[in-house]
Design a protein around this ligand. Structure first.
Ligand code: IMP
Ligand code: MG
Length: 180
């Protein structure tokens, strides 16, 4: 298995999640919020974020998508593997995603959710790789901007490995890790 280099420590992640949550609490004060986590990659981030939103009226749902098949990169054809359980119409929705890379996945999800007429729709991503963008996506909350490395940990996988790491890391390239 490829070696992982720690990029963002558990402490730095916790501190940033707290800051994002403070911003979100201010923005949604007095409103009822539906947080939608994108599985599987955002499951840890979503869990930490919603627990920092105490004081807000929050409901949590998940949508599961697959954008990386055997191919190296997002094709733009996103498949919904598990749809939302709750109706989105008239709700203030905050979509929570692990990584914004080319933007194709979030673009697809934003279009998909917009068609269901939410009262508002915002995006929170933990990690942004701005150098790889193919389509512009409006993002409201960003944890960290990162360089173009293959990221794992804190929910994010390489071939279903490393999701359980408590930090965000990058695969060491000298180990010959290819994009999955
Ligand atoms: P996009 O559609 O190219 O923006 O890709 C976003 C999706 O690709 C994210 O939801 C991630 O699941 C996945 N992804 C992008 N970069 C990485 C990475 O470095 N490691 C693991 N998954 C990634
Ligand atoms: Mg993902």
């Amino acid at each position: 298995m490829p070696q992982v280099e720690e990029l963002i420590s558990p402490q730095a992640l916790a501190a940033r999640v707290k800051e994002l949550a403070a911003q979100i609490r201010r923005d949604y004060q007095g409103r009822s919020l539906l947080v939608v986590g994108v599985l599987k990659g955002a499951f840890v981030f979503t869990a930490d974020l919603v627990r920092a939103l105490d004081g807000l009226d929050v409901q949590v749902d998940f949508i599961a998508v697959s954008s990386y098949g055997a191919a190296t990169e997002t094709s733009g054809t996103v498949r919904i593997l598990k749809d939302l359980d709750m109706p989105v119409e008239g709700r203030h929705v905050l979509l929570v995603e692990d990584i914004l890379d080319t933007g194709l996945t979030l673009r697809y999800l934003l279009d998909y959710l917009s068609r269901q007429r939410p009262a508002s729709l915002r995006v929170c991503v933990l990690l942004d790789k701005p150098s790889r963008r193919k389509v512009e996506v409006p993002v409201d909350y960003v944890g960290f901007a990162i360089p173009d490395r293959f990221i794992v940990g804190y929910g994010i996988d390489w071939a279903e490995q490393y999701r359980h790491l408590p930090y965000v890391g990058a695969l060491r390239e000298e180990e010959g890790a290819d994009r999955e």
